[in-house]
Design a protein around this ligand. Structure first.
Ligand code: C2E
Ligand code: MG
Ligand code: MG
Length: 736
């Protein structure tokens, strides 16, 4: 009985333990299953993110390839499919499996042209496809047994619409995926229109799978199925729980052995097989299809730069141009061809941008680009480097013919431009360097062309060739350097030339004239120095220095109510800050505005009267008096003279110098004096070099005179003496 009870009890207990163990196992299975699911879901999400990031990057990469190729094909032209530039491109991009350019004949039939040597040509496109792919689109498709990731989009070759297809092997994408995620994929192709890729081990739950559906084309569905390679807890232990119940130790060992034999070894074999398969699929030396993401992103960054065209003009950018220049030089070395590199600086656009806005300036740049394009042959290269700088690479046979062509280009640009009913006059400067005459390397050629351009800027002629530049005097350069230094080191000075009243013989004001302190530079024309300063952005600091020095002189020279005339340059008159700068100086030295006479030339006003009037009116309101310099040379209209707060007209010395001998000049001066008086203006005659001229001027009722007969420009320290002695009624009679 005992035994029976015992046996029963043991059986009962054993049964209960078995039930409990079973329940425990079941609940453990549930727990493991729940864990599995959670892990699978998280893994799936993670995988999904990785996949879509990868896909996005691929998309970007393909898109940048597409843009680069479109621009390369367009520039190479349809007839030069295997242009050296493109061959180089393919060499550097082994990932590109095929490039096809589909154009359409007059009947709309597709004429497909492989744009990569040896690549296949799809025949499956219709004319409607162009409309379909107005924007580049990413597709997956299959050509034969190839799985492709493909980008299709419009191109424009010889002004005719075309469709460009860029394809990469889809396996490349999968390999990258493996590289990034550490997961391996198995690829299975199905016949009959469907193309599938599946993962190695789909033993896990479907929740762990990702399905990546790609674009559908020609009825081909393409999808990738991916699952976790790492098995979940339940998967590992669940199948071996029975063994655990019999013998925990043995079960563990057996489970491990089984796990190893049943799962890992086959997986390794499978992986090995896949590696072999992948190697065979890509060919012996094509095993490097996977570029590695790091390289890819790096490359992508560079490509994005490379692919950018100049957004304003649509011309090639500098990178493409430099590439073509290098190619041209290679070609030149091989075939003995001659090339000219032209750097063209379009003048006046900055001023337009400043005064009329960037939109008009951009329109002018586009027009100029179009004019340049029309004046070149198709095979010549044209690019916009930056702002107003264009580069042209021209192939030529005969040097005389080149000269004519360069002049034609200059004339094409330097002309009036019509924009929105307004007319703009632009100029151009051109620097030319010739291969092989001036340089044998692209860099040197560029350097020489830019030196020639710099000389064109300093000289009188807008076109400069490097050889010419080499031989010419480069003092323009050194003058600018010296002027920069002079401003810093106080190597400049002002001299003062009196303007004298012809009746009272009193000095009305002293005109401040710029000079170098260095006697060696005294001979240099100050007008040239000013012109160079204007062109090299030095005029603003120079004028600041002049205003400061003149005001300081007024304060320090000890003459009561001394008036000083300051010459301004055209560029100063466009500076709306100028009145404020003058005001600051006046208060710094406690000078009254009425002690400053501003001289501006007639030509300066007439270049842009509306702009200038605003600044001059401001100066007039401040109480400064204005004098129109070199009157008679700039065709000022009376309308403007009336609008301006002008006090004096200075008749240009070219009319005054010979009035005693030249009746025409005499007539002009007399008429100008009468005109000025009618307008209530005082008249100054410049260039009074002789007593006879002074007397004649006085007789003509000219108000004031300035000239070597009366006084040459004086050093600052001599002004006070001269002022004291000049107040004499018999000034002219005494001679000097
Ligand atoms: P401007 O303002 O018409 O100055 C008169 C020029 O004529 C001065 O030449 C002066 O020395 C010269 N001159 C005066 N009387 C006679 C004469 O009887 N006969 C002859 N042949 N010449 C005479 P300079 O100093 O060489 O200046 C030339 C021009 O350079 C000036 O013409 C002015 O436009 C510009 N300039 C001179 N100093 C400055 C300056 O500080 N700032 C600016 N923006 N321009 C200046
Ligand atoms: Mg003057
Ligand atoms: Mg003058």
């Amino acid at each position: 009985m005992k035994l029976g009870i015992g046996t029963f009890g043991v059986s009962l207990l054993g049964g209960l333990a078995g039930i409990l163990f079973g329940a425990w196992c079941v609940s453990l299975l549930f727990v493991l299953d729940a864990l599995d699911r959670r892990q699978a879901e998280t893994g799936a999400r993670h995988l999904q993110v990785q996949l879509s990031q990868l896909e996005q990057r691929h998309h970007q990469w393909l898109q940048s390839q597409y843009y680069l190729l479109t621009s390369l094909i367009e520039t190479a032209g349809a007839e030069h499919d295997f242009h050296p530039l493109m061959l180089e491109y393919y060499r550097r991009n082994p990932e590109i499996w095929a490039v096809n350019l589909v154009r359409f004949d007059a009947d709309g039939k597709p004429v497909s042209r492989a744009n990569k040597p040896g690549c296949r040509q799809p025949q499956r496109l219709r004319r409607d496809d162009i409309a379909e792919f107005l924007e580049p689109a990413l597709l997956a498709c299959r050509v034969g047994d190839k799985a492709l990731l493909e980008i299709a989009g419009p191109a424009n070759v010889d002004d005719r619409p075309a469709l460009l297809l860029v394809s990469v092997d889809y396996f490349g994408f999968l390999d990258e995926f493996t590289a990034v995620t550490g997961r391996r994929l198995q690829r299975i192709f199905a016949d009959g229109g469907e193309l599938r890729f599946e993962e190695i081990d789909t033993g896990g739950d479907a929740a762990g799978r990702i399905r990546l559906v790609l674009g559908n084309r020609d009825g081909v569905d393409a999808e990738v199925l991916v699952a976790h390679r790492a098995p979940g807890f339940g998967e590992v232990f669940g199948g071996h729980l029975v063994w655990l119940a019999l013998s925990l130790t043995l079960a563990l060992l057996v489970a491990t052995a089984l796990l190893y034999r049943g799962l890992i070894t086959p997986l390794e074999r499978l992986a090995e097989a896949m590696r072999e398969f992948a190697g065979a699929e890509r060919g012996a030396d094509g095993g490097q299809l996977r570029p590695g993401l790091e390289r890819l992103f790096d490359y992508l960054g560079k490509l994005q730069q490379t692919t950018k065209r100049d957004p304003v003009t649509g011309l090639n950018n500098r990178i493409i141009f430099e590439d073509r220049l290098a190619q041209a030089i290679l070609e030149g070395k091989r075939s003995g061809r001659l090339y000219a590199l032209l750097l063209v600086d379009l003048r006046g656009v900055d001023e337009v941008a400043q005064h009329q806005g960037q939109y008009i300036a951009d329109t002018l740049l586009r027009l100029a680009a179009e004019y340049l394009r029309l004046s070149l042959r198709e095979s010549d290269n044209l690019a916009r480097f930056e702002r107003n700088l264009f580069a042209l690479l021209i192939e030529f046979d005969d040097r005389d013919q080149l000269g004519t062509l360069v002049e034609k280009i200059y004339l094409t640009l330097a002309r009036p431009y019509q924009v929105h009913g307004r007319e703009f006059d632009l100029g151009a400067l051109i620097g030319v360097a010739i291969y092989p005459d001036h340089a044998l390397a692209a860099d040197d050629l560029y350097q020489h062309a830019s030196e020639a351009l710099a000389l064109a800027e300093l000289g009188d002629w807008p076109i400069r060739y490097f050889r010419e530049a080499d031989e010419t005097d480069t003092s323009g350069f050194s003058l600018i350097q010296a002027l920069r230094r002079a401003l810093k080191r106080d190597e400049l000075k002002l001299v003062y030339q009196p303007v004298v009243d012809l009746v009272s013989h009193e000095t009305v004001y002293f005109e401040a004239l710029l000079r170098w302190k260095d006697p060696a530079r005294q001979e240099l024309s100050i007008e040239r120095t000013i012109r160079l300063a204007e062109r090299n952005h030095l005029i603003k600091p120079l004028t600041n220095w002049i205003i400061d020095a003149a005001c300081r002189f007024i304060r320090d020279c000890g003459i009561f109510n001394l008036r000083v005339g300051i010459n301004l340059s055209m560029i100063d008159l466009h500076d709306r800050q100028l009145p404020m700068r003058i005001e600051t100086c006046l208060s710094k030295y406690q000078v009254k505005p009425s002690q400053v006479v501003i001289e501006i030339t007639e030509g300066q006003i007439m270049q842009d009267p509306d702009e200038v009037i605003e600044v001059l009116a401001h100066l007039g309101v401040m109480g400064l008096s204005l004098s129109i310099d070199d009157f008679g040379t700039g065709q000022a209209t009376l309308t403007y003279l009336k609008e301006l707060p002008v006090e004096k007209l200075k008749i240009d010395q070219s009319f005054v110098r010979d009035i005693d001998t030249n009746p025409d000049d005499q007539l002009i001066v007399r008429a100008t004096i009468e005109l000025a008086h009618t307008l209530d203006l005082k008249v100054v005659a410049e260039g009074a070099e002789t007593l006879a001229v002074c007397e004649l001027l006085a007789e003509m009722q000219c108000d004031y005179a300035q000239g070597y007969y009366l006084c040459r420009p004086l050093e600052a320290e001599r002004v006070a003496d001269w002022h004291a002695s000049s107040v004499k009624p018999d000034l002219f009679r005494k001679g000097r």
